[in-house]
Ligand binder design. Structure first.
Ligand SMILES: [Zn+2]
Ligand SMILES: [Zn+2]
Length: 808
């Protein structure tokens, strides 16, 4: 009888939902928090990558539940954001309507995968009940000086029509528009002072169970370096210059200020004005990542800077290769010992002064070690030592000091777009910046706005024109919205108390469930989201709401599911496989099984129809087995196998080696006998359950059980029943059978099989077992058997663990 997977799947999905079996409550039990990142609900719905990552999380959550933990496994929607706004504009819809429809579709699709989420805890970031607390956190940050406003050079994407955070600029291009150069603009913007937490962010990494690669990526992003700050004087004003090479200070022959610097115009002399303006028009954006690849260009400002160590006056140039917000936005140039400065000096015919002996500075800069020359009292000191000595000397004269510098910048959160959390701020001509009083939250996003020209929120006058909360005079509401990464920086906490309308969450609940014990997501989140969420956690701990300061103790990064051609799935390549089509064709359990069995889940793999069908065949085989099996006694060999499987599969799941767990499951079902005990049958279903939740529920019920297998305990392995001899036999016989079948496939028309084994392995190759599992009669000889039948001397090829095979 053909199995109706669709019927079985909807039956159990409905039962799980009706009985609310995955809803979790705080209890005395030990908790375990598994979290899949909440998705942006795109109009296209669930794609294969989603199916993969949710399968990973669900297997883990189901496993932990069976292991006796009180599991929290929620789902929600990161439903604010530019893609929804753009898609809505394109489809002449409203982002709200568009998003609501997309979420309904998403939920339906997720449910069809059999995911064991606690749906009662769902959150949606575009819901005012949710973003109210974004605004509340913002006000708290404003109170503590963590949220602040300043004019700054910002990354502007002309396609997105909004500013981007540094984390959203990849190689000078927009993260959403691979071919769009990011421009630099000077705007008044809101920032979050993430740099206050930079040391905590670094130190916290040490206690996390993340991959070394993920930790290194975060450390590099934070980018800590030691150096010296030296006060140069320009027009009577101090300019602290950061350098890692104070040993070369006598070799400074010019300075370079960033072309994006706020105060650049103050430095330009009348004579140079035209030339500088021409230059600024010519060059466009410079972001940090680009600096290395740029053609270095610059022009003289007309102004000079005074070197504090010897009083020398050197020209200040403006250049396109200095980042505005690194240090003070001006650098000292030492062309003799820095290749970039060297090229610049050569190009514009500037002085080159050698201060470290060693290289030939006519050809290129010398960046190696050596003793100082042309450096007055520091001459003949090794340059490494000179770094210290010169820094000390500058410090004594109060014109320099040792400093630590970081690459991490404050987080720019202002977005000139509609579909995001409104920033709860009011501007009053009299009172200045006035925060919206807490009791007036949420500042609701108005629905009535016009798209297409500038910032949509500015088109709703009722929203914009307000009374000042302080003086009751006329005032203007902030029309920028928050970066959507704000929404995802604390959502994991809201799940612990999602319906609370009095507080952001009850700290008791948050501190019971959080931090996340197992977080699952893509590697692309390591530098954006995972830095922000750590920062928010540290801030909320400071408010006294949390007892911990790291949000995710363990982070697993999944691989990518590629098309059958090995390329990224994309509509233009025509290699997209839709999860829903696949579920219709093969069933959700087969899809889940396939997704986790092709490769180790942290590596990329390609879609493979054959392997997909292999998953389906395996499931059908299990169903057929349960149809036929006689419930009775179990033998020692089966007892050994099931107990070993319980142990191994549990360990593999714990380590996210799902592919190896599936291999063990296949081996187990390969050898289960026609008659065995009910316990063996039940245990085998239990350890299959996290992978194939629907058919295991069905077969569990057919065995006469009234309760859900989803709520059963993971079986306890009885180690005493594991017999190493049986296990070794299984291993070598499986290998032998697969070899024989391989050969039988290649050479047709043979039916007599001869096997030659080493005498000391005789015990392993049990002929009865082999015959039974192969379904054919074989002949076994030990190689030293004088009377063996061996016409082509095949027995000579026998190796330990690898019998020779001869067919006739
Ligand atoms: Zn863009
Ligand atoms: Zn006022």
């Amino acid at each position: 009888m053909e199995t109706n997977f669709k019927r079985i799947e909807s039956k159990w999905q409905k039962k799980w939902e009706d009985k609310k079996i995955f809803q979790s409550k705080e209890s005395k039990k030990k908790k375990f928090y598994v979290l899949d990142m909440f998705p942006y609900p795109s109009g296209e719905g669930l794609h294969m990558g989603h199916s993969f990552v949710y399968s990973l999380g669900d297997i883990f959550a189901r496993f932990k539940r069976m292991k006796g933990f009180n599991v929290l496994y929620p789902m929600g929607y990161d439903s604010f954001g530019l893609p929804a706004e753009n898609a809505a504009i394109k489809n002449k819809s409203h982002p709200k309507k568009f998003t609501e429809e997309a979420i309904v579709n998403f939920i339906k699709q997720q449910k069809s995968l059999g995911l064991s989420y606690d749906w009662s805890r769902m959150v949606k970031s575009s819901d005012p009940k949710y973003y109210k607390w974004d605004q509340w956190i913002f006000l708290k940050m404003y109170e503590k000086g963590i949220a602040y406003r300043k004019k700054a050079p910002v990354n502007w994407c002309p396609k997105c029509n909004t500013v981007l955070a540094n984390e959203q600029v990849h190689n000078g291009k927009c993260w959403r528009h691979e071919n769009t150069e990011v421009e630099i603009k000077h705007l008044e913007q809101w920032f979050l002072k993430i740099t206050n937490y930079v040391e905590d962010l670094l130190k916290g990494l040490d206690k996390l169970d993340w991959t070394e690669r993920a930790k290194i990526m975060q450390r590099n992003w934070i980018g800590k370096s030691y150096g010296t700050e030296i006060d140069f004087e320009v027009n009577g004003k101090k300019w602290p210059i950061f350098t890692t090479r104070p040993d070369t200070i006598f070799g400074v022959t010019f300075m370079v200020i960033s072309s994006q610097h706020n105060e650049l115009m103050d430095l330009i002399t009348k004579e140079q004005k035209n030339e500088v303006e021409r230059f600024l028009k010519k060059i466009k954006s410079t972001s940090e990542k680009d600096v290395g690849n740029l053609e270095k260009e610059g022009v003289f400002t007309g102004t000079y800077a005074r070197n504090p160590i010897n009083g020398e006056e050197v020209p200040v140039w403006v250049g396109n290769f200095v980042v505005a917000d690194y240090g003070s936005g001006m650098v000292m140039a030492v062309p003799a010992h820095d290749q970039r400065d060297f090229e610049f000096a050569k190009k514009y015919n500037l002085n080159i002064k050698e201060v470290i002996k060693g290289g030939n500075i006519k050809e290129r800069a010398y960046t190696g070690e050596g003793v100082l020359i042309n450096s007055e009292k520091f001459n003949n000191i090794n340059n490494d030592k000179a770094k210290e000595e010169i820094t000390k000397d500058l410090a004594k004269k109060k014109v320099g000091k040792k400093v630590v510098q970081y690459k991490l910048r404050d987080w720019l959160i202002s977005r000139q777009r509609y579909w995001g959390t409104p920033i709860p701020i009011i501007y009053c001509n009299k009172c200045g910046i006035v925060p919206v009083p807490e009791k007036e939250l949420p500042v609701k996003l108005p629905e009535d706005v016009k798209f297409g020209k500038g910032n949509p929120l500015e088109t709703n006058k009722d929203f914009v024109n307000v009374k000042c909360p302080k003086c009751k005079g006329k005032a203007r509401r902030e029309t920028d919205t928050m970066d959507t990464f704000v929404n995802s920086s604390w959502y994991y906490l809201r799940y612990t108390d999602p319906k609370n309308d009095k507080r952001i969450f009850n700290p008791k609940k948050a501190n019971y469930w959080a931090p996340i014990d197992q977080y699952i997501g893509g590697p692309e989140h390591i530098t954006c989201h995972l830095i922000y969420i750590r920062f928010y956690t540290k801030f909320l701990k400071e408010l006294g709401l949390l007892k911990f300061d790291e949000p995710a103790l363990r982070y697993f990064t999944q691989g990518i599911v590629k098309g059958a051609d090995g390329e990224k799935m994309s509509k233009s390549k025509g290699n997209v496989v839709e999860p829903l089509d696949t579920i219709k064709k093969y069933g959700a359990d087969s899809l889940r099984l396939f997704l986790v069995s092709v490769a180790n889940p942290d590596t990329d793999f390609s879609w493979n129809d054959k392997a997909m069908q292999g998953g389906l065949r395996f499931i059908k085989k299990i169903i057929e087995y349960f149809d036929k099996v006689r419930v009775g006694k179990s033998d020692a060999r089966t007892e050994s196998k099931i107990n070993k499987s319980i142990l191994e599969i549990g360990e593999y799941i714990e380590d996210f080696k799902y592919n190896l767990a599936v291999i063990k499951l296949r081996e187990l079902f390969d050898v289960l006998p026609e008659e065995t005990s009910k316990k063996v049958l039940e245990d085998s279903l239990k350890i299959l359950h996290p992978f194939c939740p629907h058919i295991t529920e069905e077969l569990w019920e057919r065995l006469g059980n009234k309760k859900f297998i989803s709520l059963e305990k993971w079986p306890k392995a009885d180690k005493k029943k594991i017999k190493e001899l049986f296990e070794k036999q299984d291993l070598v016989i499986s290998k032998l059978i697969s070899d024989v079948n391989q050969i039988l496939k290649l050479v047709k028309g043979k039916n007599k099989i001869y096997i030659y084994i080493l005498p000391n392995e005789k015990e392993l190759y049990d002929i009865g077992l082999i015959n039974k599992r192969l379904g054919k009669q074989i002949n076994i000889f030990t190689v030293n058997d004088k009377s063996k039948y061996d016409p082509s001397n095949m027995s000579k090829k026998t190796k330990p663990g690898r019998p020779a095979i001869y067919l006739e």
